[in-house]
Design a protein around this ligand. Structure first.
Ligand SMILES: Cc1cc2nc3c(=O)[nH]c(=O)nc-3n(C[C@H](O)[C@H](O)[C@H](O)COP(=O)(O)O)c2cc1C
Length: 343
C-alpha cells in the first residue's frame, strides 16, 4: 500500500520510482507476504541471557547479519544521500553496499566513513573498460567486496515510471557516457550480453570476493559457485525487474540444498522486521539485505532516520533470538520455522 507521508515528501513520480515494482507488482507484494507465510517455532527454557548476533560471512565474522542493499539515486531522497546512509550503516555496524547508480562518488562515500565495512555494487556496462576502472577505483578506496548485479540485462517493465515520466534530477557520480544521463539513457549502457565466462573473468581479476546479486534458480546458484563467486544474493531486485518471479524467501530453500555450503548465501526482498531476518537465517541464509525501509528513514531524517530504522531492526532481531530460545544468530536453523497455517 502506498505511504501517503512519503508520496507527500517525495512527490508522486519519485515515490513511484522508489516504492514501485515491475508489471502488476505481484512479486513486489509477495516479497513482504512471503516472510509472513513462515511461522516461527520457539524453543523454551534455553539460557538466552546473553545474545550473539554475529554471523560468519566471506571468511570472517560480521557483527550482525543486516546489510544495507545497494540503491540508486539516494540524493533524490535526501540531500546528504549515500554519505548519510553509509554513516547510518557505520553507526550500527552494518555493511553498506554502494550502488553504481550512485549520486555520490565512491571515493567520497569512502571518505565520509573511513574504515567502514563497504562493498561496491556494479552494473557491467557495454564498455568493459569503464566497469574494470570502477572495480579498480573501488578496490583503491577500500571497498572490500564486489557485488555484480546480474538480473538487469535490461530495465524491468515499470509502469509507474512509464505513467509518471519520472526523471531523476540528480546527476550520477558514475557516468559511463561522460555527459549527464537520464535513467533510461543509463540503462542503455548496461551490457545485455554479459554471461558466465565474463563472470569468471571478474572473479579472477576483481582482487576481492565477488558476490552475484539477483539469482533465483538453484542451477544458477551452482553456476555462480563454479564461476568463482564467493557468494550470491538470492534476490528479485525488490520486485522491480520481472514480475511474477519467486520471492527470495521462496527461492532460497532449494538454493541452499543445491549449493550445499560451497558459497555464502544472502537474501533480500520484503525483509521488514527483525523476525524476518531470523526466518531468513533459519532457512539457510548467512546474511540479509534490506532496501526500501532505509530509503524511507533517509527521506524522513537523513542519517538519523536511516539509523533509527537499522536500530529498530537490530533490536527486533535481538529480541527474536531471545524469544526463539536461540541465543546465537549463527545457530538458527530449519527447526525454528515451519509453514504458517494461516496462509
Ligand atoms: C529505489 C531502488 C533502487 C535500487 N537500485 C539498485 C541498484 O542500483 N543496484 C542493485 O543491485 N539493486 C538495486 N535495488 C534493489 C535492492 O538492492 C534490493 O535488492 C531490494 O530493494 C530489496 O528489497 P526491499 O526493498 O524490499 O528490501 C534498488 C531497489 C530500490 C527500491
Amino acid at each position: 500500500m502506498d505511504d501517503p507521508e512519503m508520496v507527500e515528501r517525495l512527490g508522486e513520480g519519485a515515490y513511484g520510482y522508489f516504492a514501485g515494482g515491475a508489471g502488476d507488482e505481484i512479486t513486489l507484494r509477495d516479497n513482504e507476504a512471503s516472510w509472513s507465510r513462515l511461522a516461527l517455532l520457539p524453543q523454551v527454557l534455553v539460557d538466552v541471557g546473553a545474545r550473539d548476533l554475529s554471523v560468519p560471512l566471506l571468511g570472517s565474522d560480521l557483527p550482525h547479519p543486516i546489510i544495507v542493499a545497494p540503491m540508486a539515486y539516494q540524493k533524490h531522497v535526501h540531500d546528504d544521500g549515500e554519505a548519510a546512509l553509509a554513516r547510518a550503516a557505520a553507526a550500527t555496524d552494518s555493511t553498506f553496499v554502494l550502488s553504481s547508480q550512485t549520486t555520490t562518488s565512491p571515493p567520497d562515500v569512502a571518505a565520509a566513513v573511513p574504515d567502514a565495512r563497504q562493498w561496491f555494487q556494479l552494473y557491467v556496462f557495454k564498455d568493459r573498460q569503464v566497469s574494470l576502472d570502477l572495480v579498480a577505483q573501488a578496490r583503491e578506496h577500500g571497498y572490500q567486496s564486489l557485488v555484480i548485479t546480474v538480473d538487469f540485462p535490461v530495465a524491468g517493465w515499470r509502469e509507474r515510471d512509464m505513467r509518471s515520466g519520472f526523471q531523476v534530477e540528480h546527476p550520477l557520480a558514475i557516468n559511463p557516457g561522460g555527459e549527464p544521463l537520464t535513467t533510461e539513457e543509463l540503462f542503455a549502457f548496461h551490457d545485455p550480453t554479459l554471461d558466465w565466462d565474463d563472470i569468471a573473468e571478474f572473479a579472477d581479476t576483481a582482487g576481492m570476493p565477488l558476490l552475484l546479486k539477483g539469482i533465483l534458480s538453484p542451477e544458477d546458484a551452482q553456476r555462480a559457485a563454479s564461476a568463482g563467486a564467493a557468494g550470491i544474493v538470492v534476490s528479485n531486485h525488490g520486485g522491480r525487474q520481472l514480475d511474477t518471479v519467486l520471492s527470495g524467501a521462496d527461492a532460497l530453500p532449494p538454493i541452499v540444498d543445491a549449493v550445499d555450503g560451497r558459497i555464502d548465501l544472502l537474501v533480500d526482498g520484503g525483509i521488514r522486521r527483525g523476525w524476518d531476518v531470523a526466518k531468513a537465517l533459519a532457512l539457510g541464509a548467512d546474511a540479509v539485505l534490506v532496501g526500501r525501509p532505509l530509503l524511507w528513514g533517509l527521506a524522513r531524517d537523513g542519517q538519523a532516520g536511516a539509523e533509527a530504522v537499522l536500530r529498530q531492526l537490530l533490536d527486533e532481531f535481538d529480541s527474536t533470538l531471545a524469544l526463539l530460545g536461540c541465543p546465537r544468530a549463527r545457530d538458527l536453523d530449519a527447526s525454528y520455522v515451519t509453514a504458517a497455517p494461516w496462509t
